[in-house]
Design a binder for this molecule. Structure first.
Ligand code: PFF
Length: 532
């Protein structure tokens, strides 16, 4: 089977930027910044970008293109190609399929709320909710957590979930260049236009209450950006910044590996990776920082805003923003733009999360693209059900912890060490620059070899000590939720074991001469690789 390829250089850049630009940019980032020191948060944030994010981006693009040369689009095969003497390394690669699916199954459900809310905004369905309490009741009714005058069951949420799910599978079904690339070519420009319109609208807001002129945009921006230096000595702030960089860049999880595997061997990775990351940062820091927090500040003022930021990203997105936008002229249209912007940002991220599993089935089990998409649909559909029906019992938080935090940092650490120390920095550097449009500053040789792995090990260690252990031991979990949390963990363990077994099977099959990776693919490989 011929391997798929991207249609153009812009295509893959948009696809990777599309994966990176997501709910994380518009909701998670402003909340993290507001909670962790405002402008001061940007110092650890940019340090993490330069010392963790960018190096990992280059590492992942390079490993991905390298693995693609061996006919592998996912981490088990890629890791094996980089360290062929080691029998176990491919099982670490399982995280690069497992992690994205775990994120996918809850991310897609939240994405479907955005589709629902786009319609609700357009048709004024929540117009009667004018206070935080009533808007929260609307959200809880929609999620099936309460029965009220707005919703009497979960049916509407379920229908929107089915629609969002179908759209994702439809895009994946069409494959890399006809599905993912095309979807991103459409979605990203629309998303940017909507974000710019909303940011301009927010930044030109006058203060709505003449008695409180201090509730204005400048003070709103000040709330987000004025540095609180004292927070910088708190390790938690550094962890939050590193976590945000991982999440927003979609790195440390395996999706960039898969996307980059569809490159040709002489395609540039250094400049393309940098461009995609830069586009994400523009969307995050400039646009993501100019919408929710300043808007909420103008309408709710300095005392309320602290509570709003503390209530978290969902509250900000689904309660505060609709309330704020309703108060503006053309509120319904602006509301539609807000939710549609997030929905599009969500879709271009969720398809990237689904692709590693599809690629794994195609490459290692010779399934056709369509069959692989159907298997993915069946498995993820089943795995999402607990997230939908037991959202009130901590299931989504559990999936987010393992998929969106733990796997990211762990997998990123494995990749960085494997690349710089096992594969070897000399080979790694040559491979990074094969076909490159830019020369990466030499200081990055040092950073990738020493600083990134050490920084990652520190983050992993601190995070495990400060939050991980308590979470794993269920400290602070509500008593009633514990059975659900344990059931979710069991489900994840079973899923991980099944994937590992599949890797074992695939390699066993490969050992027989007729089904191995052909000499052709081997010869197409890039510089400096070892034996398969
Ligand atoms: N980067 C996405 C966001 O900012 O919302 C989330 C994400 C997508 C994380 C894909 C990880 C990933 F592999």
């Amino acid at each position: 089977m011929a391997r798929e390829k991207w249609g153009s250089k812009l295509g893959i850049i948009l696809a990777v930027a599309g994966s990176a630009i997501g709910l994380g940019n518009f909701l998670r980032f402003p909340v993290q910044a507001a909670r962790n020191g405002g402008g001061a948060f940007m110092i650890p944030y940019f340090i993490a970008l330069l010392l963790l994010g960018l190096p990992l981006i280059w590492v992942e693009w390079t490993i991905g293109r390298f693995g693609g040369g061996f006919g592998h689009s996912t981490a088990p095969g890629m890791f094996h190609s980089m360290w062929e003497k080691n029998k176990f390394i491919k099982y670490f690669g399982v995280i690069g399929i497992f992690g994205p699916i775990v994120i996918f199954v809850y991310y897609i459900y939240i994405e479907s709320w955005l589709l629902g809310y786009s319609f609700f905004a357009l048709f004024g369905k929540y117009n009667a909710c004018t206070t935080r309490e009533t808007m929260t009741a609307f959200l809880r009714g929609y999620q099936g957590l309460a029965q009220n005058e707005h919703f009497s069951g979960i049916a509407p949420a379920y229908l929107f979930y089915l629609a969002a799910f179908a759209i994702n599978i439809f895009i994946i079904w069409f494959g890399v260049s006809k599905g993912i690339e095309r979807a991103c070519e459409w979605a990203l420009p629309i998303l940017f236009i909507f974000a710019v319109v909303l940011a301009v609208r927010v930044l030109t807001l006058g203060s709505p209450d003449p008695a409180k002129p201090e509730n204005n945009v400048i003070n709103g921006l000040g709330y987000l950006w004025n540095p609180q230096w004292a927070k910088l000595t708190n390790a938690k702030v550094w962890l939050a910044a590193a976590g945000q960089i991982f999440f927003t860049l979609s790195c440390g999880i395996g999706v960039i590996l898969t996307y980059a595997s569809y490159l040709r061997k002489q395609d540039d990775v250094a400049l393309s990776g940098l461009t995609a990351a830069g586009t994400n940062e523009l969307a995050e820091v400039i646009l993501g920082g100019s919408i929710v927090i300043p808007a909420a500040f103008v309408f709710f003022g300095p005392t309320e805003i602290g509570k709003i930021a503390a209530a978290g990203p969902f509250d900000l997105g689904f309660v505060t923003m609709p309330l704020v936008l309703q108060k503006m002229v053309f509120g319904n249209i602006l509301g539609f733009m807000w939710f549609m912007l997030l929905f599009l940002a969500g879709i271009t991220s969720s398809i990237s999360l689904a692709q590693p599993a599809v690629a794994f089935l195609e490459d290692e089990f010779n399934l056709s693209k369509k069959k692989a998409s159907m298997v993915l649909a069946g498995v993820t559909f089943a795995l999402t059900q607990p997230a939908i029906f037991f959202i009130g019992n901590g299931v989504v938080d559990e999936l987010d912890f393992w998929g969106g935090t733990f796997c990211l940092v762990l997998f990123g650490t494995i990749e960085a060490i494997l690349f710089a120390w096992v594969f070897g920095m000399e080979r790694a550097w040559t491979e990074m620059h094969a076909g490159s449009d830019i020369t990466i500053p030499r200081v990055y040789r040092f950073i990738i070899k020493y600083i990134t792995p050490v920084f990652l090990l520190l983050v992993l260690g601190f995070w495990f000590y400060q939050e991980g252990i308590d979470f794993i031991l269920l400290k602070g979990a509500e008593k009633g939720n514990i059975p659900y949390i344990i059931a979710t963990r069991l489900m994840l363990v079973v899923f991980f074991v099944v994937l590992s077994y599949m890797v074992w099977r695939a390699w066993k099959r490969r050992a027989t001469p007729t089904t191995g990776v052909g000499a052709n693919q081997y010869n197409q490989s890039n510089v400096g690789r070892g034996n398969q």
